[in-house]
Design a protein around this ligand. Structure first.
Ligand SMILES: N[C@@H](CCC(=O)N[C@@H](CS)C(=O)NCC(=O)O)C(=O)O
Length: 211
């Protein structure tokens, strides 16, 4: 398997965590987002959206981190990233999608670039935008986590898809100096998960394309 990735991409970071958790060997192909490599013709053939990650296997390429992780979950069921009952699975997916659908896309590089470029916003406006959407998403996650978390995982007592989405988003929020004080449960979960080898090995600083 080949993962097209960028060390600081939180969507790629999710897939790296899932691959590590499942013990799947893979090769990394770095796509330098700062240099615009995601918009080069060769990469667009693989991923028409011009986004990382993409996962290549047996001549086929998949995009969208959550679709990739669900594919891995079906192919390599152990350890399971989704719990045993339909209701629990729906709740875990709801937490994961809060990050992946409602928070992360608003703060993606191309969105921030559009705010800065065509919409003429300065750095302080863009930072305010970024922090606003982190706060909106994290407030809701924290509120839910108070009922679902054991202090080490976002949902229940095992690592799930929700954790795989949370940790990269926490990394991103710290990078943009967001105030995380209002989210003690999220911080506690992140602090524990970051000690696990599968998460630590997927972290941006541990990637071969990190500067
Ligand atoms: N929903 C997509 C999001 C992918 C995404 O936004 N990737 C970002 C990096 S985290 C990217 O490639 N950005 C390139 C750009 O904005 O030009 C997924 O989960 O895979």
């Amino acid at each position: 398997m080949k993962l097209y990735t960028y060390y600081r991409s939180s969507a790629a970071y999710r897939v790296r965590i899932a691959l590590n958790l499942k013990g799947i060997a893979y090769e990394q192909v770095p796509v330098d987002l700062r240099a615009g490599a995601q918009r080069e013709a060769g990469y667009l053939e693989r991923n028409p959206q011009g986004l990382v990650p993409s996962l290549e296997e047996g001549g086929t390429t998949l995009g969208q981190s959550l679709a990739i992780i669900e594919y891995l979950e079906e192919r390599y069921p152990e350890p399971a990233l989704l719990p045993g009952t339909a209701l629990d699975r729906a709740r875990v997916r709801a937490l994961a999608l809060t990050v992946a659908c409602d928070l992360h896309p608003l703060n993606n590089q191309r969105v921030l670039k559009y705010l800065r470029g065509p919409l003429g916003q300065d750095d302080s406006a863009v930072d305010a935008w970024y922090r606003h959407w982190i706060a909106e998403g994290f407030r809701a996650l924290e509120r839910t986590a108070r009922h679902t978390s054991d202090g080490r995982h976002l949902y229940g007592g095992h690592v799930t898809l929700a954790d795989v989405c949370l940790v990269p988003q926490l990394f991103n929020a710290r990078r943009f100096n967001c105030d995380l004080a209002p989210y003690p449960t999220l911080r506690s979960v992140g602090a524990y998960l970051e000690t696990l080898a599968s998460f630590a090995g997927a972290a941006p600083a541990a990637q071969p394309d990190a500067p």
